[in-house]
Design a protein around this ligand. Structure first.
Ligand SMILES: Nc1ncnc2c1ncn2[C@@H]1O[C@H](COP(=O)(O)OP(=O)(O)OP(=O)(O)O)[C@@H](O)[C@H]1O
Ligand SMILES: [Mg+2]
Length: 226
C-alpha cells in the first residue's frame, strides 16, 4: 500500500512560490488499478512522480507498506524504485541504440542479475507482452504500440509491485490503445498495482478506481461513492 498524508508540492521561481499540489491524502492498496484524470497543469505528473519516488514532496509524508520513506535520500529512493516500481511513459523512453532485448535487460543490469538469467527473464517478459521473436529488432523498426509493449516488458521484467504509467496511450491510435490497455488489465489481474494518468475517458474506464485532480487537489474519488 502507498499512503500519502497531507502532501504538498511547491516550486520556487524567482521571488514567488507556486503551489502545485495542496494537502493530498490518498491510500492506494495493493492490487488497485487507479486512474488519475484532470486538466493539463493540474499536477497529475507531479503527483505521479511523488508516488513513484522520482520527486520529493515539499511537505507531508509518504509511506510504502507502512514504511515512512519521506526522508529517504536519493540513493534510498532509487533503491525503492529499483525493487518495487516499474514506469511507462507517453514517449516510451526506449534507448534507440540498444536492441529490444537489451532495452528490456537494462533494469536487470542495475539489479545486478547474472548475465544468463537476465536474458531468460527479458525473453520471458517480451513473450508476456506478445513480442516473442522481436528481441533482435531496434526501437526505430517498431510501431508505437510495439514500442510501448517493449517499455511495458522493461517495466515488468523486475516484477515490480507497482506500475506507474504517465499517459501511456497518449501517442497511440485507438487500436494500439486497446491492445495496451488489455495488456495492463491482464497485468493488474495477476496482482500488480497500476497507477495511470490519462486524458482519455475510455482509458480511465479500465481502472477499478478513478480520481480527478483539479488545481492540485483531489476533487473526485470514485471510492468515496461506493
Ligand atoms: N520542475 C518544475 N518547476 C517548476 N514548475 C513545475 C515543475 N514541474 C511542474 N511544474 C508546474 O507544475 C504544474 C503542474 O505540472 P504537471 O506536469 O504535474 O501537470 P499535469 O497535470 O501532468 O499536466 P499535463 O496534463 O499537461 O501533463 C504546471 O503548472 C507546471 O508548469
Ligand atoms: Mg503530465
Amino acid at each position: 500500500m502507498i499512503s500519502l498524508r497531507s502532501i504538498s508540492k511547491s516550486y520556487r521561481s524567482e521571488e514567488e512560490e507556486i503551489n502545485i499540489l495542496h494537502n493530498i491524502n490518498l491510500d492506494i492498496k495493493q492490487n488497485e488499478f487507479l486512474s488519475i484524470m484532470g486538466p493539463s497543469g493540474s499536477g497529475k505528473t507531479t503527483l505521479l512522480n511523488i508516488l513513484g519516488c522520482l520527486n520529493k514532496p515539499s511537505s507531508g509524508h509518504i509511506y510504502i507498506n507502512n514504511e515512512d520513506i519521506t526522508n529517504y535520500n536519493n540513493n534510498q529512493l532509487s533503491g525503492v524504485r529499483k525493487d518495487k516500481i516499474g514506469f511507462i511513459f507517453q514517449n516510451f523512453n526506449l534507448l534507440p541504440r540498444l536492441s529490444v532485448l537489451d532495452n528490456v535487460i537494462l533494469p536487470l543490469i542495475y539489479k545486478r542479475i547474472k548475465k544468463r538469467k537476465r536474458k531468460i527473464l527479458a525473453l520471458n517478459a517480451l513473450d508476456r507482452v506478445g513480442l516473442g521473436g522481436m528481441e533482435k529488432k531496434y526501437p526505430t523498426q517498431l510501431s508505437g504500440g510495439q514500442k510501448q509493449r517493449v517499455a511495458i516488458a522493461r517495466a515488468l521484467v523486475t516484477e515490480p509491485h507497482y506500475l506507474i504509467a504517465d499517459e501511456p496511450t497518449g501517442s497511440l491510435d485507438s487500436t494500439n490503445t486497446t491492445i495496451i490497455m488489455d495488456l495492463l488489465m491482464s497485468i493488474h489481474r495477476k496482482g500488480t498495482t497500476i497507477i495511470l494518468v490519462t486524458h482519455e475517458e475510455d482509458v480511465a474506464n479500465y481502472a477499478t478506481r478513478r480520481i480527478t485532480l483539479v488545481d492540485g487537489q483531489i476533487l473526485f474519488d470514485s471510492k468515496n461513492k461506493e
